[in-house]
Design a protein around this ligand. Structure first.
Ligand SMILES: CSCCC(=O)C(=O)COP(=O)(O)O
Ligand code: ZN
Length: 208
């Protein structure tokens, strides 16, 4: 597929964002997957199993929002979740998924259905939040190797996930999205900071 200038620029920007996270340890063992909406019908998504620390546009595959692959290659094993989000909300412009120690552990300790955050200035990184003095919630879905099952669990909890612009998958990682790449990245950085703070606070305060 030949790409127009906007798609080429979007691919470069997505790769820069992926490398930024990966080089900071958010994508160990090729973990994580990333996508960017190109227009109403098409998106770019990372190929499966590639090293995210050195990602280039050649590692991005074009596909339709309905799931038809538009080039050769094997798209992310978690493509189904990305598609479910783009299909659910045409305003979603980018979806980012990473694996960190904080997001993996925080979804397991006490097996929560959601995590609550209160009192952190960083809460303002999540669109719609203007103060630390409120409580925000991040839903936790049980992990599954069946993307249809995960997508249907997400559909049932979508109203909870909407204001969070994200959700955790238990023992697995976090998904975050936004209207564009910059806001998706801000949401992901914000949630990762909040999760790392809470994990460390629990350790320091001996909370289970
Ligand atoms: C080695 S991590 C296991 C797979 C995973 O959870 C992930 O995010 C990466 O899968 P992909 O097919 O997108 O490379
Ligand atoms: Zn994953």
């Amino acid at each position: 597929m030949t790409q127009d200038a906007a798609t080429t620029a979007g691919a470069e920007a997505l790769c820069e964002t992926v490398r930024w996270f990966a080089q900071r340890g958010y994508c160990p063992g090729t973990g994580g997957n990333f996508s960017l909406r190109v227009d109403d019908e098409r998106l770019l998504i990372t190929a499966s199993g590639v090293d995210k620390t050195a990602l280039t546009p050649a590692d991005l595959l074009p596909m339709t929002v309905e799931g038809a692959l538009l080039s050769d290659g094997k798209p992310s094993a978690e493509t189904g979740l990305h598609l479910a989000l783009y299909q659910r909300d045409p305003a979603i412009g980018a979806v980012l998924h990473v694996h960190s120690i904080a997001n993996t552990l925080m979804s397991r300790i006490g097996m929560p259905q959601q995590l609550r955050f209160e009192g952190y200035e960083m809460q303002k990184a999540i669109t719609g939040n203007h103060t630390h003095a409120t409580r925000i919630t991040l839903p936790v879905l049980d992990n599954s190797q069946d993307m249809d099952e995960l997508a249907s669990a997400l559909a049932q909890r979508y109203d909870e996930a909407t204001p969070a612009y994200g959700f955790l998958v238990r023992g697995h990682g976090i998904y975050a999205w936004g209207a564009d790449l910059a806001s998706a990245r801000r949401h992901l950085e914000g949630w990762e900071f909040l999760l790392a703070c809470e994990l460390q606070r629990r350790q320091l305060e001996n909370i289970r």
